[in-house]
Write a protein that binds this ligand. Sequence first.
Ligand SMILES: C[S@@+](CC[C@H](N)C(=O)[O-])C[C@H]1O[C@@H](n2cnc3c(N)ncnc32)[C@H](O)[C@@H]1O
Length: 276
Amino acid sequence: MDVRRFAGDAVPMAEYTLAVSEAEIARYRMMARHAIAGESQQLALAGVADGAVVADVGCGPAAMSVEIARIVGPSGRVIGVEREEEALRAARQVVAESGLENVELRHGTATATGVEPGSVDVAMMRHVLAHNGGDEQRIVDHLATLVRRGGTVYLVDTDLTGMRALDSNPELADLGPRYAEFHAVRGNDPQVGLRLAALLGAAGLGPVAFVGLYNIVTMPPGMRPPLWAARDAMLAQGAATESDVARWGAAFERLDAAVVRPTFFAPLFVAAGRLP
Ligand SMILES: C[S@@+](CC[C@H](N)C(=O)[O-])C[C@H]1O[C@@H](n2cnc3c(N)ncnc32)[C@H](O)[C@@H]1O
């Protein structure tokens, strides 16, 4: 991979940057539980309900796919689409453990999902656009082709520059800005959450919902933020040094033993648009 080291100079998006581990899967499961609790109104407005067919594009380890599958029930279906083999393997394990039979996993990309056009009630994409700088509109345009008339595209993404932490650790104070800068150098938009409604509108979809939610997450011992899963990619890109990673690793270990758990405040944006 061609690695460049200068801010503002886009690094080619050859591969996804977050490695999948048991701790990462636990984080995805926690995010999915938060999403189900926090987005009930928007999910219902978008048509995620009994009997619906939902495509979850960039499903990762399928933590949210299985939660959606519980909502749509046995008469509905979730099609999880994922590009990375490592994530697909984790997804197969998560789906098998769930015991659900209405989740189908497929290999595909965000612009070539292989899902039949006009065949789903909801095309969902969560925390994927932030990793696909420059391709956001092409991806949302593709999602719009997957839904039937009256169906919806449902997008969730964040604003990395708006993250806050309480009772964290001074040695971790640079985590947020460094992670946002890492993405910006790759050509990604750390604030893509703010643009979700605009992306849906430009894809020809009518507005259904556009809300901002502040996710408040008390970090359990052993859990790590996304930056930790991206550390190898950050090292390769020159966005972190070995000594940064050692400092962050030691600080996380000290935090694991802290009685007062650190709390993270993460701004999330949820937008849904309907195909007329
Ligand atoms: C941050 S994870 C989110 C996973 C899941 N949507 C969730 O919210 O739990 C992003 C996932 O999208 C996948 N991904 C990123 N870009 C993709 C693309 N262009 N096509 C398909 N999958 C992609 C990654 O491999 C990763 O598994």
